[in-house]
Design a protein around this ligand. Structure first.
Ligand code: IMP
Length: 454
């Protein structure tokens, strides 16, 4: 059995810790999209690891693979690997030969394009990691793949073919190209990376590698970055990232056959409230004062950029669409402990738009901005020793928290696999392990049956 872990909202749902919890049963953890824009925090055995490219499951000893759908900032990748080694880990990370490389000129163009969009009032608020420009080059057949770093002659030819167009793009934005656009410098720097990728045996034909491991009986865990609501196709376009965090992305972004993903579990990670970094719709957003207070209490600042995250109430239209697009088999509801700091609790059950009630977000960005949330209120619960609750299991949760969780599961139509009560592995209540099968009965009927009722 394989599993795919996907963000259900705007990213930052706690996928890193979810992958870490379930990753102990996985032999291979695979990233299939995005690059150094993705911040994953993993807390294991008292240690916290901030990762951007290395798949989270590597911390637990799994092989990490970066699929062809990723865009690789090779320098950041090596930095992360080196830092993990310094901390006593021995990470095995493999990279698809077909994954595209993020070059310094992509980062320059990312910032320049954002500044230009800012003037028109439609900046995305990107992480500035060159993600959009790298994917645009890939689609425009101007990209450079990791395998092309291993031959300085090939790299030189590819950069010479690409850079005139890149310099023109920059000139059109009124800027002068600097070192980031210098072919000789780039060849020198990136050939060194190519040599290291080669020397350490890191490059693979990822689709073949993963299919071989799958056929050999190994367990694969696909780790999505960001979230469904900022998916290039199924999110809040144009305020999205440039890849597909959704389940379909795991197939195209690795080269495994669809059944490898579709026959496994698809786990939707949900933050018990809502956060967003960057521009775009967020109908349940708190007013600035409430957001500022809660942001401090909850530590809601971006892992990669340190930017303050926008905050709001849990939004079920966002979750319903995510469950539909991804075909979730289970949910992981994270940060349930954090809701104990709230003195009132609300969930947005639907939107009102032009006299109509919507159960999923509209497609057009402006229409989504105009949606008015319809709320249902819930009893809050008190703070307590969450480690003890996690250890005791689901029944030890406060009644009000269980009502909240069960309401969400019912509305979204997907059972809850796990509940996160803190960032560490042991702070998660696992009701169903998506890679191993049931640990604990999940819905009320099963629960009563297991306890001799119904
Ligand atoms: P980009 O991916 O850097 O191009 O940014 C595009 C949009 O996705 C921006 O709104 C970012 O804030 C958002 N984004 C990208 N990566 C993450 C992430 O890991 N968590 C949350 N938002 C993200």
């Amino acid at each position: 059995m394989n599993a795919t872990v996907i963000g259900s909202q705007f990213g930052d749902e706690g996928k890193g810790s979810t992958v870490d919890v379930f990753g102990d049963a996985a032999n291979v953890v695979v990233r299939y999209q995005a690059g150094a824009n993705a911040g994953h925090t993993v807390t294991a055995e008292g240690e916290t690891y901030e990762l951007r490219l290395v798949p989270s499951g590597v911390v637990g000893g799994a092989t990490g693979v970066l699929g062809n759908g990723c865009v690789i900032d090779v320098e950041t990748l090596f930095d992360e690997i080196d830092r993990l080694r310094e901390r006593g880990l021995d990470p095995e990370v493999l990279v698809s030969e077909a994954a595209h490389v993020v070059f310094p000129y992509h980062r320059v163009l990312d910032e320049a394009e954002e500044a230009a969009k800012e003037e028109g009032g439609w900046a995305v608020g990107t992480t500035g990691n060159g993600i959009g420009p790298a994917y645009a080059d890939r689609a425009n057949r101007r990209g450079i793949r990791t395998v092309e770093l291993t031959s300085p002659a090939v790299l030189q030819e590819r950069l010479e073919g690409t850079l005139p167009a890149k310099r023109n793009e920059l000139a059109a934005l009124g800027l002068e190209p600097g070192d980031a656009f210098d072919v000789d410098r780039l060849v020198e720097q990136f050939s060194t990376y190519g040599e290291r990728l080669d020397d350490e045996g890191m490059l693979v034909e990822a689709g073949r590698y993963l299919t071989d491991r799958d056929r050999a009986g190994d367990t694969l865990l696909f780790e999505g970055a960001q979230g469904t609501a900022i998916d290039l196709d199924h999110g809040n376009y144009p305020f999205v990232t440039s890849s597909n965090p959704t389940a379909g992305g795991a197939i195209v972004g690795t080269g495994v056959p669809p059944s490898t993903v579709a026959d496994g579990s698809v786990v939707g990670v949900v933050k018990a409230y809502l956060t967003r970094v960057g521009s775009g719709a967020m109908p349940t957003e708190f007013d600035p004062e409430t957001a500022a207070d809660r942001r401090e209490a909850l530590g809601e600042f971006g892992t990669v950029t340190g930017r303050p995250r926008r905050l709001g109430w849990l939004d079920l239209p966002v979750l319903r669409r995510a469950a539909r697009v991804n075909g979730y088999t289970g949910l992981v509801l994270n940060h349930v402990d954090a809701l104990a700091t709230f003195d009132e609790l609300r969930v947005c059950t639907a939107y009102e738009l032009d006299g109509e009630r919507l159960t999923e977000p509209p497609t057009e960005a402006g229409a989504w901005e105009r949606c008015e949330p319809v709320y249902e209120s819930f009893d809050p619960w008190d703070d307590r020793n969450w480690d003890a609750v996690a250890e005791a299991g689901y029944d030890a949760l406060p009644d009000a928290a269980r009502s909240y969780i069960e309401f969400v599961a019912d509305e979204v139509g997907v059972p809850v696999d796990a509940i996160g009560l803190g960032p560490a592995r042991e702070e998660t209540i696992v009701r169903n392990h998506p890679l191993r099968g049931d640990d604990e009965p999940r819905n009320e009927v099963e629960h009563a049956q297991a306890n001799g009722g119904v």
